[in-house]
Design a protein around this ligand. Structure first.
Ligand SMILES: Nc1nc2c(c(=O)[nH]1)N[C@H]1C(S)=C(S)[C@@H](COP(=O)(O)O)O[C@H]1N2
Ligand SMILES: [Mo]
Length: 406
């Protein structure tokens, strides 16, 4: 029997034990207390999935801004947030250190945050971060892990130095380098100091891209604590799990990085598609690289009531890990016909793009508006759930909202 989602995932909710969780009927989802007790540095409207580790997603209508505000950005933690760091608005700790080591670095080198800022050119990019497990809640059979709906994504503006410049200053060996891995200051949930929550990374080619940053600012202010204050990696287009928070060390590896959550079933999908429910051996799983094309309708929120004569202005964002989004279409007849939306160009690579359209409805009644993005290679979002995989990654099915036309 498949255990109930509610019982597996909500034993703790917003810091509280769910007292009668053992009697919660299978299939009944807890309503949650979103809004009652906001996370530090976050608005009240985020949906808190659990608090140990802290995980919270952003409802679509709170992602409507072109640049995601810091207090709206989702939080995905695998361990315990480092203790002793400020939770409120603050300045940067000049003496925070970042060590560069690994097989492809001749000697480990350590930079303070102040040195990083002095020695290297500063760059800012708007970069979309999306958790590889965003949309997991829709998979059937269900996949273990946070039951993200649509909101483990956001696109703020990040400022920092290029990882490439720092690796070059450390004298890394381009011939030897295969992968980079990160280590952060968060600690393992078990409290065991010898265990680390997560240590992932990216292929060296990705690490060397212009937009691959070691960032200390989000929308021109220090990072929120929950999003990695004071220093983190930011890689556009890859699962956000590559973008290490509370960054303290980068290793330049002479092999694919084998840190925590690089192997086994974590952040990996079957190399070949499998029927739903299949058990896949670790050696048949491949690391997720670029994220697929996707979009989100951020206005209006689902359930809006509109007058038939007025029509409806819809808006949202679209993004793709491989290239830019080439077109955005919407349907009000469950995908049987599509019309095109206006779509902006990205402000830079890996920034999300914005779409809008004025929708007319032929008569009163219930409708759904579906949005479908197509990337520059001609690949479109699927209308139904894409390839099932054991851990429920990469759900880029079309987003839809319900509309009542009166
Ligand atoms: N040190 C550290 N870095 C981390 C994580 C973590 O738990 N610890 N979580 C990763 C995952 S799985 C995701 S999706 C993103 C989430 O970034 P955010 O919390 O800033 O939205 O951070 C990544 N970097
Ligand atoms: Mo993630």
């Amino acid at each position: 029997m498949v255990p109930s989602l509610s019982r597996r995932n909500f034993l703790y909710l917003a810091g509280l034990p769910v007292v009668f969780s053992s009697t919660l009927p299978a299939g009944v989802r807890l309503l949650g207390l979103s809004g009652a007790d906001p996370l530090p540095g976050k608005v009240a409207g985020l949906t808190v999935l659990n608090d140990r580790p802290v995980n919270a997603e952003t409802p679509p209508h709170l992602l409507n801004a072109e640049v995601t505000p810091a207090d709206h950005l989702f939080v995905r933690n695998n361990g315990v947030v480092p203790q002793g760091l400020p939770t409120g608005p603050t300045t940067l700790p000049d003496d925070w250190t970042l060590r560069i080591a690994g097989e492809a670095v001749p000697e480990p080198v350590t930079f303070t945050l102040a040195e990083l800022r002095e020695r290297f050119d500063e760059h800012s990019y708007q970069i979309t971060l999306e958790c590889g497990g965003n949309g997991r809640s829709e998979f059937n059979p269900p996949a273990r892990g946070n039951q993200w709906s649509t909101g483990a994504v956001g696109s703020p503006r990040w400022t920092g130095v290029r990882l490439r410049d720092v690796l070059e200053a450390a004298g890394y060996d381009r011939e030897k380098a295969v992968y980079i891995g990160y280590y952060g200051k968060d600690t393992h949930l078990s409290g065991d100091p010898d265990k680390i929550p997560i240590s992932r990374g990216v292929p060296i080619e990705k690490a060397l891209e212009d937009e691959s940053l070691i960032a200390w600012a989000l929308n021109d202010a220090p990072l929120p604590l929950l999003n990695g204050y004071p220093l983190r990696l930011v890689f556009g287009g890859y699962p956000a799990s590559c973008s290490g928070k509370w960054l303290s060390e980068i290793v330049v590896r002479d092999q694919v990085h084998d840190g925590e959550k690089m192997g086994g079933q974590s952040y990996r999908v079957p190399c070949e598609p499998v029927p739903p429910g299949t058990t896949v051996e670790d050696e048949d799983m491949c690391i997720i690289l670029e994220m697929p094309v996707k979009s989100l309708i951020t206005s209006p929120r689902t359930g809006a009531v509109v007058e038939a004569a007025d029509g409806l202005a819809i808006a949202g964002h679209a993004w793709c890990g491989k290239s830019a989004v080439a077109r955005l279409d919407y349907s009000i007849d469950f995908g049987s016909t599509w019309r095109s939306c206006r779509l902006t160009r990205p402000v830079n690579r890996f920034a999300w793009q914005h779409f809008s359209a004025d929708v007319k409805f032929p008569q009163t009644g219930y409708y759904e508006v579906w949005a479908r993005a197509t990337d520059e290679d001609g690949t479109a979002q699927p209308m139904v759930l894409p390839g099932w995989n054991p851990r429920g990654y990469l759900n880029n099915a079309c987003h839809r909202i319900a509309i009542k036309v009166v």
